[in-house]
Write a protein that binds this ligand. Structure first.
Ligand code: SF4
Ligand code: SF4
Ligand code: SF4
Length: 202
């Protein structure tokens, strides 16, 4: 009985009654550096697709073309607000929660490199990879019509019956060649590296 009395007495304390009847909740404010869904800046998208490649959330981002212009679209239902697309974009098209400011301050950045590799035991020298590669077609516009190139500027071409990679550094990692090869003989590895500009070079 005594414990019930103490309990009721405790509950009737003025301070407790005040906090019960007039509860105060924390103000609903969003911190300045909060990483919300990325938004577009006024910079122009060069449709490199790096943002789509780095995004860890399925179907969270898509780069689309409207008229002459390209731009990324974020799907909030899928985006986990990690900010990686903001960090990778080389053209500052996206921003969220000061990500750009912080990476600029720390001189850190992400960089993709691409490594197309031909399995010579599977390659039958049809040249489909070379013909379908959009970079190859830009370098040698005649390739699409003739199906053949002897340019040494292209990424890959058929030499002595096998596709050979001759300018790996020009690869944009689009993987069109992978899809174009009927034998699965070409694979393109996408390597992501986190880098920091050394203080001496800043
Ligand atoms: S913030 Fe992260 S999850 Fe959202 S679109 Fe960008 S990379 Fe994908
Ligand atoms: S990374 Fe930037 S420039 Fe590249 S496609 Fe995405 S938004 Fe455009
Ligand atoms: S990944 Fe794209 S750019 Fe690279 S070699 Fe294949 S088709 Fe060409």
């Amino acid at each position: 009985m005594r414990s019930v009395y103490l309990y009721l007495a405790n509950m009737c304390r003025a301070r407790w009654l005040q906090s019960f009847l007039f509860p105060k909740t924390a103000p609903l404010i969003t911190g300045e550096g909060f990483r919300d869904y990325p938004h577009l800046t006024d910079h122009e998208c060069t449709h490199c697709f790096s943002c789509m490649m780095i995004c860890p959330a399925p179907e969270a981002i898509e780069v689309i073309q409207e008229g002459e212009k390209w731009h990324p679209v974020i799907y909030p239902g899928h985006c986990i607000r990690c900010g990686l697309c903001v960090e990778i974009c080389p053209d500052y098209v996206l921003e969220t929660g000061h990500v750009r400011k912080k990476t600029g301050r720390d001189n850190t950045f992400y960089q993709f490199t691409y490594h197309p590799v031909v399995d010579a035991t599977r390659c039958m020298g049809c040249g489909n990879c070379s013909i379908s590669c959009p970079v190859n077609k830009e370098i040698d516009p005649g390739l699409a019509h003739s199906g053949y190139t002897d340019s040494d500027e292209v990424i890959m071409r058929v030499i002595e019956g096998k596709a050979r990679i001759i300018n790996e550094a020009k690869c944009t990692g689009c993987k069109t060649c992978e899809n174009g090869c009927p034998n699965g003989a070409i694979t393109v590895a996408r390597m992501l590296e986190a880098k920091q500009v050394p203080a001496a070079e800043q």
